[in-house]
Ligand binder design. Structure first.
Ligand code: NAG
Ligand code: NAG
Ligand code: NAG
Length: 202
């Protein structure tokens, strides 16, 4: 995996969606040919407020983010990085998958967050005794997406979650407001960053 990758804290919501109409498979705009990203189908014609996607079932390596502090976000990044380094050392190099996904569940005043790196299907991995990094399946499902540029700081992410939430409310979509998730697609040194807020649905 890309050792240069650094992650900022992001946010998103879990949403309930009803009804869909499948269109073309389309992740090329975001990932082009240079990046390995999860596959999805575009459900709605993109509008300026948000996009609706249907993601296939996907595999991730996941680790907890123990607090909102930047050093804990970095610590999570480093655990995933070291996991990949150990896999490589055992002869199983990990593909450079994108995005970096941060999922947050807020219950009362407590936030529970995980950081995940996308792992393409059929990636061969060595068995590990790791307890802090695990393989996680994200089920097939619908996601509302709002894109934004610049640094995905906690504040910028929160602001974009609220905007997306407003747009969804106006569009008549219902959602659960305590489940946030977000995605970054660029290394820390990239000037022209691309980020997304994801609000998933059953
Ligand atoms: C950041 O990632 C987006 C999405 O993959 C890509 O379109 C853009 O070119 C990247 N920016 C840089 C500077 O690499
Ligand atoms: C990966 O595997 C899952 C589960 O079998 C499947 O649903 C998904 O379509 C696969 N993804 C790709 C890109 O083939
Ligand atoms: C983090 O991952 C663990 C194990 O899969 C799960 O139990 C927990 O709910 C996840 N937390 C979030 C915020 O997604």
């Amino acid at each position: 995996m890309d050792s240069q990758r650094m992650v900022q804290f992001l946010f998103a919501l879990l949403v309930l969606v009803l009804g869909f109409l499948c269109q073309a498979l389309s992740n090329e705009g975001i990932c082009q040919t240079k990046k390995t990203c999860p596959e999805y189908f575009l459900i709605d014609t993109p509008n300026k407020d948000f996009e609706t996607r249907l993601y296939v079932e996907t595999l991730w390596i996941t680790t907890p983010i123990k607090s909102k502090q930047v050093f804990e976000v970095m610590a999570a990044h480093n655990r995933l990085k070291h996991f990949c380094d150990r896999q490589t050392a055992q002869g199983y190099p990990m593909p450079d998958g994108w995005p970096v996904l941060i999922t947050v569940v807020k219950v009362a005043d407590t936030m529970n967050a995980n950081m995940s790196w996308f792992v393409p299907n059929k990636t061969e991995m060595a068995k590990t005794s790791d307890t802090d990094v695990w393989l996680q399946t994200r089920p097939r499902g619908y996601v509302y997406v709002r894109a934004f540029g610049g640094m995905a700081t906690f504040e910028a992410s929160k602001e974009n979650v609220e905007k997306l939430q407003d747009h969804l409310t106006k569009a008549g979509k219902s959602f659960v407001a305590n489940h946030f998730s977000g995605a970054t697609y660029n290394s820390s040194w990239a000037l022209n960053k691309y980020n997304e807020i994801w609000i998933t649905a059953p």
